[in-house]
Ligand binder design. Structure first.
Ligand code: NDP
Length: 287
């Protein structure tokens, strides 16, 4: 069996094209969606992510602004800026790029963002709403995964779903979304005994681990749908290319459907950030 490749790039392009009319309508009414991305420090990967987010906003017609602080900035300075942005009528989304330097209390920073502008969906209020099955802002990566599954016609109700990873950014919200969609969900992590026992039972397997090619064909049930969230940079001696948490070549011979890296979940993540920001502006316009 050779798996169907779930093309996140194509769906992301389609969705982004469909956003243009919504953005134009909001802009005409004086509510052009606006996103501010705050970056603290000079982590190269974070710089790339922030640049991509800002340029995706611009391409879709949103207003966007990047605010960069040196790594040793006082947390009070960032919190003050967040307070200003919370009150700014032209800003609908505020995103603080993670990770923050160690002298920051990450949770306090995320909680300082108004829940109504928390387009990353990390504020406790938004996490709680998702846990209750009544989401307001859904974290962008798992939101993108669910959209990709939905658009690919993959039914989740009644399925065995296994998520590897329990981070607040990916694994936990992913599990909640699958549960809300009617799947029977198992969450695995580094303390899980006999990981392969769980993964081999999965009709839908989501890998969000951060270890290159960790999920091998032997760990996958024949005919499963496999979603690879991982983004890993291989060392220069191995070619320096990006690869996922799934051994793509091996698993594509076993799975029914599989996301590639790059071109799978990654483009969907930024797309759902745009979707959340536009939705925030639509809510504001409707008030
Ligand atoms: P974290 O490092 O926060 O979480 C990794 C998770 O994997 C943890 O829950 C950890 O368990 C678990 N894990 C680690 N080793 C094992 C193991 N041997 N067996 C089972 N579980 C294990 O990472 P993130 O959730 O932030 O990201 C995961 C991956 O997704 C990364 O590659 C990241 O780059 C990528 N990513 C991709 C995005 C996209 O847009 N496509 C967006 C965000 C992330 P424990 O909790 O016990 O430590």
């Amino acid at each position: 069996m050779t798996a169907q490749i779930l093309d996140g790039k194509a769906l992301a392009d389609e969705l982004r094209a469909s956003f243009k009319a919504r953005v134009a309508a909001l802009t005409q009414k004086g509510h052009r969606p606006g996103l501010v991305v705050i970056l603290v420090g000079e982590d190269p990967a974070s710089q790339v992510y922030v640049r991509n987010k800002v340029s995706a906003c611009e391409a879709a017609g949103l207003y966007s602004e990047k605010i960069v602080y040196p790594a040793d900035v006082a947390p009070a300075v960032v919190l003050q800026k967040i307070a200003e942005l919370n009150a700014a009528p032209n800003i609908h989304g505020i995103l603080v790029q993670l990770p923050l330097p160690p002298h920051f209390d990450e949770k306090a920073v995320l909680e300082a963002i108004s829940a109504a502008k928390d387009v990353d969906g990390f504020h406790a209020e938004n996490v709680g709403a998702l846990a209750q099955g009544n989401p307001r802002f859904i974290p962008c990566t798992p939101y993108g995964v669910v959209k990709l599954l939905e658009k690919s016609g993959i039914e989740l109700a009644g399925k065995e779903a296994v998520v590897i990873g329990r981070s607040n950014i990916v694994g936990k919200p992913m599990a909640l979304l699958l549960l809300n969609a009617g799947a029977t969900v198992t969450v695995c992590h580094s303390r899980t005994r006999d990981l392969a026992f769980h993964t081999r039972r999965a009709d839908v397997l989501v890998a969000a681990i951060g270890k290159p090619r960790f999920v091998t064909a032997e760990m996958v049930k024949p005919g499963a749908v496999v979603i690879d969230v991982g983004i890993n940079r291989l060392p220069p001696e191995a070619g320096g290319k990006l690869c996922g948490d799934v051994d793509f070549e091996g698993v594509k011979e076993v799975a029914r459907a599989l996301t590639p890296v790059p071109g799978g979940v990654g483009p969907m993540t930024i797309t759902m950030l745009l979707a959340n920001t536009i939705e925030a502006a639509e809510r504001e316009a409707g008030r």
